[in-house]
Design a protein around this ligand. Structure first.
Ligand code: NAP
Ligand code: MG
Length: 501
């Protein structure tokens, strides 16, 4: 099986005049979103039983803006004692006021949350970009509107659960422990909280250590929405706080989104208990481009698939499989397009690729680039300038790689795309399926029959055709193999929060 070889020195822009040369031909004027009116507190406490409470050990941890390495604020570290308090508050609310509410009233609360998220959309978008490094254009146009859409969607289901499960009697599970990652902080919170509330559960949620700001702003919103106390509790902290939630006896269900490594630890610790769980874990999505594809459209798809959110996307298309006959053309167009991407200040509306979420992730990605070079990969990075401070990585292509390479098998979770070629559809499918993951994939072709073949044979929870990274609250999402257990979103997402009698 032959592989594409990238000879770095061979690249020349297709046409210097048609190339969008931001450095010398013309420039966008900076268009930074203002954070001046955003009221970020110096410190955030734990949100337990409807009140902001100090952590039992009085320990706080700093939160950093990854685009300039400056401290933004600090969050409370929840201990076992604090988690216990939160679980008890959630239990009390579950057995009391929340269960006694009519489904219609529950629905109104969720609807109110959705409306308030829309009203405060700008604040949330700015906070998300400051805390996590993602371009403001994405927080503003994707993360926050989609988070609100999830609350609207599940608000609609809350009083119609009997129709969702005809012939069955759905009952809430009880207290749900929810643990989320740092790549889509508010959106992952919405994926977790909205269906749990719709089904009548109560919640103890832990955001990721590096991105707790929008979760704490959401706690303020919950308070303002007048939700009965104890229904939503938000505790901040490190991995240990997450483990305290998972292992607490008062938890009925664990909903986890994060790495496969931590997912496996959680799955082991839940074995032998009667807790339910859903695990949304890592991925290594393949992008399969056939010779008959609309190539420019496919190139746009590749750019979106791997560089959206700096590649910090579980379902990112991080492996390109391109049919041999068009490999050179696709490479040329991809490199031309790479040169037009703007890497820099996440608060600038022109930015395409923002900051890497944390120092730790920055080091992880760079380590993978070193591993790639050791494995014989040829590295191509765009020539754009990047800021001196903060954690930034240029969009990167790794050619001359083979199926057994670490960079092809493991999730890098950054703006790094590996490139391989194939001759037949069967070879593409075999290569695409040959990783421990099975979360997402994409296919570009003019032929519907190939879309059906690839869609059916890819072991992926999601397969997009002639597009990528399209999300909707009505659509289920989840993985096969080491990408996880269970589904979130749509009706499937409701089923994960009820017992059916
Ligand atoms: P992570 O290290 O697994 O952390 C996820 C969450 O778990 C964080 O809140 C983390 O706290 C917490 N945690 C860490 N150790 C724990 C333990 N022993 N017990 C309980 N909780 C623990 O993952 P990440 O680096 O934040 O996120 C990136 C990963 O998430 C990627 O692999 C990505 O593919 C995956 N992801 C999957 C989906 C999906 O839907 N399938 C969606 C988004 C992301 P700290 O923040 O303090 O470490
Ligand atoms: Mg941060």
């Amino acid at each position: 099986m032959s592989e594409t070889t990238i000879n770095d020195t061979s690249y020349k822009p297709t046409s210097p005049n048609s190339k969008l040369d931001f450095a010398s031909l013309w420039e966008y004027a900076p268009a930074p979103e203002s954070s001046a009116n955003l009221d970020i507190k110096e410190r955030y406490e734990l949100f337990i039983d409807g009140k902001f409470q100090k952590p039992s050990k009085g320990i706080y941890f700093k939160s950093v803006n990854p685009a300039n390495e400056e401290e933004l604020t600090e969050f409370a570290e929840a201990t076992q004692k604090d988690v216990d308090k939160a679980v008890k508050a959630a239990r009390k609310a579950f057995e009391g006021e929340w269960s006694n509410l009519s489904a219609k009233s529950r629905s109104k609360y969720i609807y109110r949350i959705a409306r308030m998220l829309q009203e405060r959309a700008r604040e949330f978008a700015i906070a998300e970009s400051l805390d996590g490094g993602k371009p403001i254009r994405e927080s503003r146009d994707v993360d926050v509107p989609l988070a609100a859409a999830h609350f609207f969607y599940y608000a609609g289901w809350a009083d119609k659960l009997d129709y969702a499960f005809p012939g069955k009697t759905p009952e809430p599970l009880g207290v749900c422990g929810q643990i989320i990652p740092w790549n889509f902080p508010l959106l992952m919170l919405a994926w977790k909280i909205a269906p749990a509330l719709a089904c009548g559960n109560t919640i103890v949620l832990k955001p990721a250590e590096t991105t707790s700001l929008t979760a704490m702003m959401f706690a303020e919103l919950v308070k303002d929405a007048g939700l009965p106390k104890g229904v939503v509790n938000i505790v901040t902290g490190a991995g240990q706080t997450g483990a305290e939630i998972v292992n607490h006896k008062g938890i009925d269900k664990v909903a986890f989104t994060g790495s496969t490594t931590v997912g496996k630890i959680i799955q082991k610790s839940l074995a032998g208990t009667d807790k339910k769980y859903t695990l949304e874990l890592g991925g290594k999505g393949a992008l399969i481009i056939f010779e008959d594809a609309a190539i420019d459209q496919a190139v746009e798809g590749i750019i979106n698939a791997i560089f959206f959110n700096q590649g910090h996307v579980c379902c990112a298309g991080s492996r390109l499989l391109v049919q041999e006959g068009i490999a050179d053309t696709v490479m040329q167009k991809l490199r031309d397009r790479l040169e037009t991407l703007i890497v820099g200040d996440p608060m600038d509306k022109n930015t395409d690729i923002g900051a890497i979420n944390s120092k730790q992730q920055f080091e992880t990605i760079n380590k993978y680039l070193e591993v790639g070079v050791e494995e014989g990969a040829e590295v191509y990075q765009s020539s754009c300038s990047i800021p001196e401070n903060g954690y930034f990585i240029r969009p990167t292509l790794l050619g001359n790689v083979s199926q057994s390479n670490k960079v092809v098998q493991e999730e890098i979770f950054g703006p790094v795309l590996t490139i391989q070629t194939f001759r037949t559809a069967d070879e593409a499918i075999e290569k695409a399926n040959n990783t421990p993951y099975g979360l997402a994939g994409g296919v570009w072709t003019d032929k519907g029959s190939k879309i059906f073949k690839v869609g059916k044979e890819l072991r992926s929870g999601v397969v997009w055709a002639n597009t990528y990274n399209k999300f909707d609250p009505t659509s289920p999402f989840g993985g096969y193999k080491e990408s996880g257990v269970g589904r979130e979103g749509g009706l499937h997402g409701l089923a994960a929060y009820v017992n059916l009698k």
